[in-house]
Write a new protein. Structure first.
Length: 263
């Protein structure tokens, strides 16, 4: 069942979304050569705790996972697509890093992810990230009342396939609200004009994931969480929590606007 949210409930989700945006901004600022993934996890934890929020990820255990997730963020480096467990790995020059973060405030969840390169970037990595970001923007643009879920999915797949990238099988976005994962699932590839009709009050976590090597298959690490490209190629993952409203999509995990001083 899909729970439709009121405008006031979207405002409550925006509070959680701002915590997530702040945590991701802090992690990105601290990510540099020599910093460990565990240190980045603690940075996110500090932001979430200081806001009086809770982590959507810590101790979360979906049906596919053998153990509860041990971190505040998913930290996925280079060929890890998603769900990387933050550990003692120290970032190196040129690493492609994807950070996924979720938080809840007063029972409402926000979920978002960013990808970036530490230090000097390979142009191919920047192109991969840019394609994922374009796909996210196109999918958000398609998240309008009266549209179809397939429109959102097709917008992602069209950009990824045109660039020659792979898209992981069976993983994509999801509904979100009182729980981090709600119906419907949001595939990263689909057919326009098909699927569920989008209605005001729906909230979707839209999250393109692209593999540079062009293959869709992935492997799962022994920890049961991290997904890796089968060919060792790099991956990018970006995400926003998006509300579908009468006036169009509203990005609930958008970063805070910078404060500017008056003239």
């Amino acid at each position: 069942m899909i729970e439709l949210k009121s405008p006031g409930e979207f405002d409550a989700m925006r509070v959680a979304g701002l915590v997530v945006a702040d945590a991701l901004a802090a992690v990105r600022e601290h990510a540099r050569v020599g910093v460990s993934l565990l240190e980045l996890d603690e940075v996110a934890a500090g932001v979430i705790r200081a806001a009086g929020a809770g982590s959507s990820f810590l101790h979360y255990r979906p049906s596919f996972a053998p153990t509860p997730f041990p971190g505040y963020i998913c930290a996925s480096v280079n060929d890890v697509i998603v769900h990387g467990i933050p550990d003692g790995y120290r970032l190196r020059e040129g690493d492609l890093v994807s950070i996924d973060c979720g938080a809840h405030v007063d029972g409402w969840h926000g979920d978002s992810a960013v990808s970036f390169v530490v230090g000097q970037a390979d142009p191919a990595d920047l192109a991969l990230i840019a394609a994922a970001e374009r796909a996210l923007a196109a999918a958000i643009e398609a998240a309008v009342p009266g549209g179809r879920l397939g429109d959102v999915s097709a917008a992602i797949g069209r950009i990824g396939r045109a660039a020659g990238y792979g898209i992981p099988e069976d993983f994509g976005g999801h509904g979100i609200g009182r729980a981090m994962h709600e119906s419907p699932g949001v595939p990263n590839e689909g057919r326009p004009g098909r699927g569920l009709t989008l209605r005001p009050g729906m909230a979707l976590a839209i999250e393109p994931m692209f593999h540079a090597g062009g293959r869709d298959a992935y492997t799962t690490d022994p920890d049961g969480w991290a997904l890796r490209t089968v060919d060792g190629s790099r991956a990018a993952h970006v995400e926003h929590t998006v509300a579908i409203t009468e006036s169009g999509p509203r990005v609930l995990t958008a970063p805070r606007l910078p404060v500017t001083s008056g003239a």
